[in-house]
Write a protein that binds this ligand. Sequence first.
Ligand SMILES: Nc1ncnc2c1ncn2[C@@H]1O[C@H](COP(=O)(O)OP(=O)(O)O)[C@@H](O)[C@H]1O
Ligand SMILES: [Mg+2]
Length: 339
Amino acid sequence: MFGNKRIACWMSEKKSQKVKWAEFEQVCSNYGYELFKLDLEKDIENQGPFSVFLHKLTDIIALANQGDAKSKNTINLVENYISTHPEIIVIDPIPNVRQLLDRYKAYSIIHATDLHKHGVFTPNFCEITTSNNQKTVEELNAACVTYPFICKPSLGHGSKKAHEMLIVFNEGNLRDCKPPCVAQAFINHNAILYKIFIVGDQYYFVERPSLKNFHASDQKTIFFDSSDVSKADSQSSLSVLDLEDEQIPKTRPDPIILGKIACTLRKAFKMDLLGVDVVIENFTGKYAIIDVNAYPGYDGFPNFYHALLKCIVDQVNSGINTERKHNLKVDCLNIIKTN
Ligand SMILES: Nc1ncnc2c1ncn2[C@@H]1O[C@H](COP(=O)(O)OP(=O)(O)O)[C@@H](O)[C@H]1O
Ligand SMILES: [Mg+2]
């Protein structure tokens, strides 16, 4: 009935539980596609043929990068399968996902875009590769990373550890940073974060809680788990503004700028499924991109499965493959709906 219009889909058990499979299958079928849940424990070839491979392999790629033998084997099998079937549209290509997992690499890619022309920046950052504090001081200075800075593990996925972060307030506490990690200047933004969800040429954004304002001081390092901070229902004590900060005026986000960010990062990372965390700096009103994720949760994205199928069909029709170029015909993406 579907010919070879079959979508192989793989995601972790945890992510899989959040998917409304019956609805997703129905939407696929409305677009003429059969949805197939790929089993990576079994031979892939025997489960094919497929025209599309949709996946969230971030954690497995991250584990493979850290040397985990089983994950390495799984990724090898998947990459071999893709290379012997170059006609399959992969969303998103594994090499493109891989470069996003390294926070330093991801920030470097954002930094190299022309978003600064639109009042958008990625906060100053550098890698911390050594426990030699003198060397770290030099690296921080060279990259103009000031205090306080937020210290994040270099590898942004794969384990709980990827989300164990620190806010470092002074040189005296540099020893708290455990390399390999990335130091990123802390941007005061009154504890409001915007998550942009990108699906091909469509995007949507939501407001989320974030960290309160901090200033350089002699205070001790704050250790926190980032997964407790910016979920829709997070209630971290680190999000409660100091009394004097409650008066700081709030800047409403400009959907056009968020669209420019979405469009530019989609091109820069050559990926269709992206989540971008943006904060608006107090007083300057500039937009700081602080995090980019592959295939985010899309919580609240209206008619997500339709948007996803539209994106898949666009890719299939454009005939662009593994090394997709994203020669976008549009300057900005289509916003679904603003809040
Ligand atoms: N440079 C920064 N300045 C201010 N707050 C930040 C900065 N980077 C991250 N944060 C805060 O820390 C949280 C976690 O950081 P993020 O890089 O998004 O980690 P994760 O990969 O775990 O999502 C963000 O949601 C935001 O609240
Ligand atoms: Mg984040």
